[in-house]
Ligand binder design. Sequence first.
Ligand SMILES: Cc1cc2nc3c(=O)[nH]c(=O)nc-3n(C[C@H](O)[C@H](O)[C@H](O)COP(=O)(O)OP(=O)(O)OC[C@H]3O[C@@H](n4cnc5c(N)ncnc54)[C@H](O)[C@@H]3O)c2cc1C
Length: 307
Amino acid sequence: MLRRLILYLSKAKWARNMATRWGAARRVARRFIAGETIDDAMTAARQLNDQGLLVSIDYLGESVNAAADTEAVVAMYRALIARIQKDQLKASVSLKLTHMGLDISEDLCMTNLRHILTDAKANGVPVTIDMESSDYTERTLQIYRTLRDEYGFTNVGTVIQSYLYRSREDMRLLATEGATIRLCKGAYLEPASVAFPDKADVDRQYVEIMTDYLAAPPPAFLQMATHDEAIIQKAEAEIRGRGLPLDCAEFQMLYGIRTPRQLALAAEGFLVRVYLPFGDAWYPYFMRRLAERPANLWFFVKNFFGR
Ligand SMILES: Cc1cc2nc3c(=O)[nH]c(=O)nc-3n(C[C@H](O)[C@H](O)[C@H](O)COP(=O)(O)OP(=O)(O)OC[C@H]3O[C@@H](n4cnc5c(N)ncnc54)[C@H](O)[C@@H]3O)c2cc1C
């Protein structure tokens, strides 16, 4: 119920306008974002790299409705890729198709993606296409496959959400295609017609998909994006139990969440990548983090009124 309310607020314009006007809200959101500028992102990425963690940098934003606005987004990603190369960071980038103009036109979105992916490929930077709500699942997979198969971008991967009924079959196909896939539970408000309403089913399907994908032959590569301790331990047991190399897959967690666990996994020899968002469009991202964990809501309220 609370999760549904917060996810509703994450999309409500009036709520975003109210929250983003308050400096206190911005300060609290900073727990989950690197900052607002590219320099903030570079500083945080360097600190994480120095601690043995990889990063995936996301320029915050989604649902762009004017073609001209996507130009600034593309320019920012190209600048980001150039800085990653210049600063020799161990970093990939993550992006959203609605930030690239998918709601305006698929052609515009593809053109924007090709500019970014061309730079990224030339600089050896991997790109992950984040998965948004189920309205975009089919188009996201289709665009991912077009970029990979028709344009030859070997540096692109995408995301599958275990809450969707369709995901098991999607992953079965993606394994045969040798895809690089980030597996997460899913962060959007979805109807029971497309997604499991019960968390136990989402978790069960996550483990089933994860176990199958770990058995897929390379170049299929799994990025296990979760903070769920039970699942992390199952993944560790699966990799060690099968005698797979520790770098056969990658753990991914969000910036500011379970940092000691991120460091412990890296110290054990696993690949760990931190999803590192930056930019001033922090509101929907921050609200999805609140929805995931009611304790964060109390953290927010305490800090918000405490200042
Ligand atoms: C690297 C990464 C990339 C992602 N990309 C996408 C994407 O492209 N599309 C998408 O829909 N979703 C994405 N997500 C979000 C994901 O779908 C989940 O909403 C989110 O990760 C919470 O699920 P969980 O697996 O951590 O498990 P949960 O069952 O939600 O949480 C398990 C435990 O993790 C801890 N935890 C979880 N969330 C938080 C939090 N916000 N604050 C503090 N502790 C927390 C708590 O201890 C909790 O008990 C991504 C997540 C990660 C880690």
